[in-house]
Design a protein around this ligand. Structure first.
Ligand code: BTN
Length: 246
């Protein structure tokens, strides 16, 4: 086991990703170390957003990886593998979940988990990667203005033991990480695409030109979203260049 071979619990922290970054600057933590907490006072999400998580209710973790075998141009494979590991975990409890590009985990139209991956690139190698995951397990009320949060408890009505969930998640993520190590990139990409939220269905999207109806065709190897318009025109987007209209 790589992911979960070393667990560090700290009762509360500003952010597990920031803590992992500090650890990497002061020590050489074992690859696969998971830092987890009950509460983050400054949990970080995408686009400078805060990540809301009620004290002791959810999984809040950061994993330290040293994926030196992945070339920086392939770094999106980490995002895909982590997303799939979370879906594998969720499938222990619910039959359905999807991945909203690039790496939000959805159940129907609601967000159950967010991922914040921070890679450090040195020359032609990824020196380290911090994979931060916020996965809503037992929280029943969400106070922030996030549009569509959900938790496993809200879906199934059942409260789960967080340590059991952490061990299961670590094992599911470890299996996916080993697929990266064995260079099973095609398998990871196919699994990722098969779970992609709104793949091949017509929906509204918003880019710098405004709102239009389009359908997702695929995601490129470097992680850009490919969308086709009704006119047949195809565009590719990086994160932040396109918005889903939910
Ligand atoms: C998102 O905006 O969807 C990404 C949210 C990522 C939240 C997790 S919680 C654990 C880790 N530590 C952080 O500060 N953020 C990530």
């Amino acid at each position: 086991m790589i992911i979960g071979s070393n667990l560090i619990f700290i009762e509360n922290l500003p952010s597990t990703n920031s803590y992992a970054g500090k650890l990497l600057r002061s020590q050489t933590p074992t690859e696969g170390t998971i830092i987890y907490t009950n509460y983050q006072s400054a949990g970080r999400g995408h686009l400078g957003n805060r990540w809301e998580s009620e004290d002791g209710k959810n999984l809040i973790i950061s994993i330290i990886l040293s994926p030196s075998m992945i070339s920086p141009s392939d770094q999106f494979i980490i995002s895909m593998a982590i997303s799939l590991g979370i879906c594998d975990f969720l499938n222990r409890y619910i039959p359905f979940c999807s991945i909203k590009w690039p790496n939000d985990i959805y159940v129907n139209n609601d967000k159950i988990a967010g991922i914040l991956i921070e890679n450090s690139i040195m020359g032609y190698q990824i020196e380290y990667s911090i994979a931060g995951i916020g996965l809503n397990i037992n929280q029943e009320k969400f106070l922030s203005d996030a549009p569509n949060p959900v938790s496993l408890k809200l879906i199934t009505g059942i409260s789960l033991d967080l340590i059991t969930c952490l061990n299961q998640l670590a094992s599911d993520l470890d299996k996916r990480y080993k697929q990266i190590i064995s260079e099973s990139y095609d398998l990871i990409r196919n699994d990722y695409l098969s779970r992609l939220y709104r793949l091949n269905e017509w929906f509204n999207f918003k880019d710098s030109g405004g709102i239009y109806s389009g359908r997702i065709l695929s995601v490129s190897d470097i992680g850009r979203l490919q969308i086709e318009r009704k006119s047949g025109l195809r565009s590719e987007y990086s994160f932040k260049e396109i918005e889903f209209i939910l």
